[in-house]
Structure formats: structure tokens, C-alpha cells
Design a protein around this ligand. Sequence first.
Ligand code: TXA
Ligand code: MG
Length: 355
Amino acid sequence: MTELIKTEIITVNPEAIDQTALARAATVLRRGGLVAFPTETVYGLGAVIYNRESVKKIFTVKGRPGDNPLIVHIYQWEQLMELAREVPETARILAQRFWPGPLTLVLPKKEAIPVEVSAGLPTVAVRLPAHPVAQELLRQTGQPVAAPSANTSGRPSPTRSSHVIADLDGKIELIIDAGPTGVGVESTVLDLTGPKLRILRPGGVTREMLEAVFGPELVEAPPQINCERPLAPGMKYRHYAPRAPLRLLTGDPELVRRFLLEGAAAARAQGKKIGIIAYDEDQDPAFAVTGVTFFSLGRRANPTEGAARLFHLLRLCDQAGVDKIYAVAPPRQGVGEAVFNRLYKAAGGKVEEIK
Ligand code: TXA
Ligand code: MG
């Protein structure tokens, strides 16, 4: 057990940034403290990469396995030269097109990066976030900041400061609250060390967006499901998981709806509470009758809505105290691929086709 400390919470308006508040947060980081801050994807838990003890503390407070490397956050392109041994032309093109934004580049690392950050790998993952609060904090800190998502390992990533507070209050020095994050799923992790661009984790920058720049032949997107070997080290763990068991369902929407209605009726007969995570179009008046709690991912045709809501909904399922969760699989296009991937992990690496 680590000793509890007093966590300070400050609120910053992203449209009118309080420089003084962020200067204080930057000081906490430079002195070796841990600071949770908003990015456009999810909240991150930051430590200056050269403060090895602080980086180690990230692993302790999150309960994160030591073999899972951290993403290094920068605010300007030039900092990449301090981190990466080689910066190929593709990195330049990607940065021009997608930075600042939800894209993480994996490159050969420089010696100076502590092993705690890269978990012993010869590479480093780097991203330049688009959130104005993150950018200003990084600028004032003046040094690269390692930051995983600011949640307890295994729990859904935090898209609001209340999620960070629920997981990390009393364990870190400071939380910067700037309201809900926008994208809602984490950055795309892209490996640049091979002959092709390899998507290790689908995220905010979609495969389609990468293919539009480089052509499909240059972008490698491993299937994500039934993969024997985890792509990014972090992808091998059960992740993003609410407390109740979650089943991920695919198939004809009509068949899935019938399955859900039957499941709901059966659960009711056993006195169990069911949560359903699905699209507006999947809503059925009969759900209310069976006492199901319906959590909407928005419209099926607009995957960004589901991405923005997903992690909050998973936490709401916990708060509602449901015994079982059924989730309807999103179409695997655009950012829907990342939403699918997170639900798949939350389901323990299973997807069931309803026939
Ligand atoms: O959007 C995001 O990326 C958020 C915000 C806070 O920036 N961060 C985030 O960090 O999601 P984390 O630690 O939750 O996930 C980082 C992922 C893990 O799956 C990890 O294994 C992978 O990136 N990763 C980090 N360094 C890597 C490397 N050198 N090679 C391959 N994968 C790496
Ligand atoms: Mg994470």
C-alpha cells in the first residue's frame, strides 16, 4: 500500500487558459510530482521522463505491469530529435499531416531515455497532443513528459476528471480538470521501424486517414482479433474493463435485438440487472419493460459519437451496478475500429456472432 497524499484539483478552461495555474502544474512535474492532465483523447498521468523515480511511481499508482512502455508527450516537433535516434521522412510527413493530434509514432530510441519509460524496448513512442491545456503544460514544463492514461490499469480510460479522481485521488499530486476530452479513445500507435507503417493500436487517427496519405499498400493494419502475439506490449492485458462481465455481439441487427430481448427477460427472471451498450437504432421499447439500462453510443453512422462516449458508458455501467453487460459491436470503419478494439478487450478478447 502506498501512503495517501493530498491530491490538489485545479480547473482550467481550455478556451481561456490560466497560465499561472499551469505554471504551478509544470513546477509540480519538474519537481518530480505526478500530474493528471487532459489531452484530446483521454486524460494522461504525467511525469518528466528524466525523473526516473517519478516514472516508476506512475507504474505503482496505476498498478501497471512493468513491461508496458509509456508514451512520451512533446509540444513541438524539434523535441523529437532529443528522443528518437532516427527520424525518417515518413515521420516528418505524418507529423505535418496529423500532429498535433491523436497519433503516436514508435521510433528507435536515443540512449538518454530511461529504461523505465521504454520498458526495456529499443524504441520510444512519441506523441504531440492537440489539447491546448496539454500543449501549454508541456511548453511550460519544457521537458518531455511520459504519460499513460490516468486510470487504474485494466479500468476504462478516463475521459473526464471525475474518472481520474475515482481511480487516483490520494495517490498523485495534482489533477487538472478541463472538462470531457473530445476524441474519447486513445491515440493510434504506429510503428515506423519496419518497411511499412504498422498500426499497433487503432485510435483517433484512422487507418483510412493514413491510407489516404500513403496508399493502402504502405499501411499495415493487423487484424486485432485472435492475434497470437500482442502488437503493442500493453495490448496483451485485459483492458478497459468494467466490473461486470461484458459480452460483445455481432450479427444481423434484428437477430441481435431478439437475442438481447431474450437475454433481458431471462436476467429479469433471475433478478439480475442488465446493461446494454448499443446504438440509438438498437433501442427497443421492450427494454424498458424488462428493466434493462440502455447506454447509447449515439448513431451507428457516426462512429465519433460512440468513441467520445464509450469509456464514460463503461464506468456508468459500474455505477448502475449492472450484473452483466451486452455490447453491440460497432462497424469497423473509421474510428469505429478503435471502439471495436476497446470493447473487444473489455470482453476479454472475445466477440460472439449471433445467428
Ligand atoms: O491517447 C493516448 O495515447 C493516451 C494519452 C494520455 O496520450 N495515452 C495512452 O497511454 O493511451 P497508455 O499507456 O494507456 O497506452 C500506451 C500504449 C500501450 O499499449 C503501450 O504498450 C504502447 O502504447 N507503447 C508504448 N511504447 C511503445 C513502444 N516503444 N513500442 C510499442 N508500443 C508501445
Ligand atoms: Mg491506458
